[in-house]
Design a protein around this ligand. Sequence first.
Ligand code: SF4
Length: 443
Amino acid sequence: MTATTPAATTPAATVAAATATATNPAAGRPTLLSGWRASGRSDLAAHVAHYGPLPPLHGDFPRRLVAAVEAAGLVGKGGAGFPSAIKLQSLPRTRSRPTLVVNAMEGEPASAKDHVLLSLLPHLVLDGAQLAAVAVGARQVVVCVADDRDELAAGVATAVAERQRTSQLPVPTTVARPPGRYVGGEESALVGWLERGRGVPAFRPERGVPLALDRAPALVHNAETMAHVALLAREAAGASSTADPEALAADRTTLVTVSGAVARPGVLEVPLGTPIADIVAMATPQGPPVAVLVGGFGGSWLGAGALGTPLRKDTLGAVGAAPGAGVLVVLGSQACGLAETARIARYMAGESAGQCGPCVFGLPAIADDLDLLVAGRGGAAIELRLTGRLALVAGRGACRHPDGVVRMVASALDAFEDDLRRHAAGRPCGHSRRRTVVPLPPA
Ligand code: SF4
């Protein structure tokens, strides 16, 4: 059996890919990975030498930061893609000062970008967290690193310790270790674990319902999002008051984790809007891609004909996809897209938090139907049942976990329609089912 190693557990591979892009920063200004050094984790002195100290935090700093984030069109990099400026301004007015939670859980197995950022450039993430915390008047910052990533958490704790007794830590900061699982990083699950020690998503019919920790508002931002805030704040501080704020939106970059049928899996920093095919080419595909899973395990399969789509929220939205966590899993001609979809669906069914019926019962049933189709034992009736189940489960969980599975499976039925016809007719699709490319954790 040939299986690519999960990107999230191959730091050597991710570092190798990161090196290639870090030496080629866009727009002649510091980018997310431009401070990367071959010697490993960047300490505070090296960080300040490359990116500079925190910008001045007095006066109208909060307003300028939010304006810069808004002008740049920054959206959350953890998966949901919510506009970061709105989130920064959405905290309810209370007498209790909020907590800023940095979400570095990265429960998505095909994503390694937050791991790379925090292990190589932890101070960039801490900068952004400090700046966002000052902007919202937070009393503390909590950086959440999954409990199965001891080395990463230790590196972040070391970075926090370096900043103590310097001007680079205006807001007290700690590292927390919630359980590492797929839905563990869902923001209400994260705050729930910090509050009560139970990390399951909360039912929030209105997605805007504010989160609370110790009876004070809690604001959750992804680790990469914080690194972007660190860069934007410095650029905004260096710009004159008459500078065009729209200039901040030009030439921005984003992190992408590429895995699957490529010779160089890893994390790449690319200009926002780079066509998916170009990003895949940077990772050296093992033959022409048949399809790419975009966004993550709750993302969408795009067939070869759609790979010219720029990696941006609006352009991907037009083809029914989203950047999600910046994940690209490449499917070559050696693997079966339907079989890979069935593997992901089975994994996602096992990652349910176990509290909503449509998710607990619906996801295994969807995985069962996919297994039947893959084995050539499911005809039109099973296909019909599967599409019915997808419609039944969608939108009926407390969190978006089942919705992501539905989106991913529905996109597979579209992208692999020809294969589906052959499987449904009991004929093999011609791709080996034993060659797997999706980086799933060991069962
Ligand atoms: S939808 Fe699924 S994962 Fe989300 S809270 Fe309900 S059972 Fe848990």
